[in-house]
Ligand binder design. Structure first.
Ligand code: NAG
Ligand code: NAG
Ligand code: NAG
Ligand code: NAG
Length: 637
């Protein structure tokens, strides 16, 4: 037990010694280096005034550089004075302050070059009456009776105004010189630093804004705090140019990106358009869609000489029809839709659908279609083109009324009869030969095309109407052409297959008479139908015949055709035969029934109008019909 206690005491002594030794070592290590101390001046203050540093670093003369250096140091010393009460740092900091100064201004040897000795930057020398502290300065100036003069420098806000020294500043500098001179006067040779000391003191102790204020700098040391040197200006221009170039490149890149994006989007939307339209066609046409030939837009362009104006063979509200020659030499007609809206889509689909669902030798054959989207400009964007077999001889309109109708090549009666029969066959097929009845709605000479052997083909399915099963009357928007639209359709929007029969009747009458449906008689100003009715009623049906025809059939035969034409174009729907009957009558396989009288002329004729007014009460119904008809015609416009 006792032995344990002794051992423990010895151990405690050991610990104590160790602790003392460690403490001593630590104390020696922590002691400050006795020889040099770091510079107490706060160079960060100068960061706020780039022009000072720029001037010292700049390429001015050495004299000017040194002046700016000493002014900059004065500001630092003034700040130092304000915080410590001493004008200069202690002597042991002199060397480090010179190093710090050269490091800060990045001008090696500047102190030596400017002739600044370490003595000028540290205490212990006999500068300006040996003033070392602010108390010294105060006591000496008070003793000299000049202390109050510096009060003019108090108002810092007015010391300098912008980049120019103000009147207040001028008064202040005057006071500074006065005080410095009075200090210098009572001292000896080394007192030429008195002005610096006075300025330092004023900045630190008098000016309310303090020594590092921009106006104080400008007034006391003449430093334009934010003035930028020429080199910096040059750099500024350089930065500006570089910035402009960078911005330009950035903008260009952005622009290119936008253009590329737009192009990609356009292409994407175009691809979508093609896929969607093809999909719609396949969807709506079922089994027929599969047989449709798709042409490449480049093929069509090559075929039509890039849609050359010279190649236009037809024009309409939908767009133009171009003639084209395919690489295999086959001639085609290309109907190019110009409407790029959703309605255009519908029109296009409608016509392709109609064409694809019929195939008959008296109907213009669909060869294929072309849907394309070109990324070149907005207008060229969507292309919808229907390609037909080209029909060589142009339209019936050209032959009957156009410039082709010169006397030596007029259509002969057998040719005209064949054209009528072919047209009737085509219509009969549309009305009853296909699953869903199709109404053409726009039968007229310009829509009847003739091939090399004057076989007729019905063309332009732009207005066709599909009639759902079991529906005999449809109410639709009136479509068609003046002179060929059945009255009940024009007036009451009632559409049946007999409306096509009416149009056919008008065309047949035109074939027989070679008079246009809408060109009034030069004498009586009657339109074709009324003119024909009048002649029949007067018993002069043969006057209806085209005078130039030489190879007419027998009078009996010809009268039948005239009667058939008027029967087809009868204003009352129920008197018109079906296309099937018309066909049989044309082929002389069926009798033409006697022509039922019609109540009144459909069109306006002044003489008939007045006669009717004078005669009976039936005139009322006539005038009623007349006004109705004019209304319907304006509705067509
Ligand atoms: C040095 O001056 C700057 C700017 O005036 C100031 O923010 C900073 O506190 C000063 N540093 C010291 C150690 O006084
Ligand atoms: C600075 O001074 C030293 C010695 O006087 C000299 O060797 C050195 O080249 C000088 N440096 C510059 C940049 O002038
Ligand atoms: C300044 O003057 C006051 C009295 O006027 C005196 O007490 C003080 O010691 C003087 N200070 C110095 C550093 O001379
Ligand atoms: C002038 O300076 C010398 C030494 O530099 C000094 O001994 C002397 O006292 C000074 N005179 C006055 C009036 O302070």
């Amino acid at each position: 037990m006792g032995r344990w206690f002794v051992e423990r005491r010895a151990m405690m002594w050991g610990w104590r010694w160790l602790t003392v030794v460690l403490f001593f070592v630590a104390a020696v290590a922590a002691a400050p280096a006795p020889t040099s101390s770091s510079c107490p001046l706060n160079f960060t203050v100068l960061d706020g005034f780039p022009s000072v540093v720029a001037h010292v670093r700049g390429s001015d003369s050495l004299e000017k550089k040194c002046l700016d250096l000493s002014h900059g140091m004065d500001v630092l010393l003034s700040v130092y004075l304000k915080s410590t009460g001493y004008f200069l740092p202690p002597p042991e900091a002199a060397e480090s302050c010179i190093q710090a100064q050269e490091l800060y201004f990045q001008e090696p040897n500047i102190t030596q070059l400017c002739g600044l000795s370490p003595a000028l930057i540290s205490r212990g020398t006999d500068n300006c009456q040996r003033i070392q502290t602010r108390e010294d300065f105060r006591n000496i100036t008070q003793a000299a009776g000049v202390a109050a003069s510096l009060d003019t420098c108090k108002n810092s806000g007015a010391l300098a105004d912008g980049n120019t020294k103000s009147a207040a500043c001028a008064a202040c500098t005057k006071a500074l010189t006065f005080v410095a001179n009075s200090l210098r006067g009572s001292g000896n040779g080394s007192d030429n630093l008195c002005l610096d000391y006075t300025a330092m003191y004023t900045g630190a102790e008098v000016v309310t804004a303090g020594p590092s204020d921009a106006t104080t700098l400008l007034c006391l040391w003449g430093i334009l705090a934010f003035e930028v040197s020429k080199e910096n200006q040059l750099q500024w221009w350089l930065y500006l140019v570089i910035g402009a170039v960078v911005i330009f490149f950035g903008a260009s890149c952005a622009w290119i990106a936008i253009v590329l994006r737009r192009r990609r989007r356009l292409k994407q939307s175009n691809d979508e358009f093609v896929t969607r339209t093809k999909g719609m066609l396949h969807g709506s046409m079922g089994e027929h869609g599969g047989g449709l030939t798709w042409y490449n837009i480049e093929e069509i362009r090559a075929a039509t000489h890039n849609f050359d104006v010279e190649m236009i063979i037809g024009q309409g509200g939908f767009g133009n029809v171009y003639k084209g020659v395919l690489p295999d030499g086959r001639e085609v007609a290309c109907k190019r839709f110009k409407d790029c809206t959703a309605a255009g889509d519908a029109n296009f689909l409608h016509e392709v659908q109609a064409l694809a669902s019929v195939r008959h030798k008296n109907l213009v054959a669909l060869r294929g279609c072309c849907i394309a989207s070109l990324g070149e400009g907005r207008l060229a964007g969507y292309q919808r083109i229907i390609i037909f077999d080209y029909v060589k001889n142009g339209s019936l309109q050209d032959h009957l009324f156009g410039n082709k109708d010169v006397d030596d090549q007029i259509l002969t009666w057998p040719q005209r009869l064949k054209i009528a029969t072919d047209t009737a066959r085509g219509l009969e097929y549309l009305h009853s030969g296909v699953q869903v009845q199709i109404l053409h709605r726009d039968i007229k000479p310009s829509n009847i095309l003739l091939d090399g052997d004057f076989n007729a083909m019905v063309a332009d399915f732009g207005l066709v109407k599909f009639t759902p099963d079991g529906m005999t009357h449809m109410t639709t928007r009136v479509a068609g052409s003046f002179g060929y639209v059945a009255p009940e359709y024009a007036m009451y929007n009632q559409l049946t297959e007999r409306s096509d029969v009416y149009s056919f009747g008008v065309v047949l009458l035109e074939l027989i008479s070679r008079r246009k449906a809408m060109t009034p008689d030069p004498v009586t100003s009657e339109l074709l139908i009324d003119w024909a009715w009048r002649l029949i009623k007067e018993g002069h049906w043969e006057e209806i015949l085209d005078k130039r025809l030489t190879d007419l059939g027998t009078a009996f035969e010809m009268e039948r055709f005239v009667m058939l034409a008027l029967l087809c174009a009868h204003p009352q729907v129920y008197y018109r035969p079906t296309m099937a009957s018309v066909l049989r009558m044309l082929e002389n396989a069926q009798q033409v029934p006697s022509l039922p009288d019609r109540p009144v002329p459909v069109t306006f004729s002044k003489a008939a109008f007045q006669a009717a007014l004078a005669s009976s009460s039936s005139s009322l119904s006539m005038s009623f019909t007349t006004s109705k008809s004019s209304v319907s015609h304006s509705a067509l416009i």
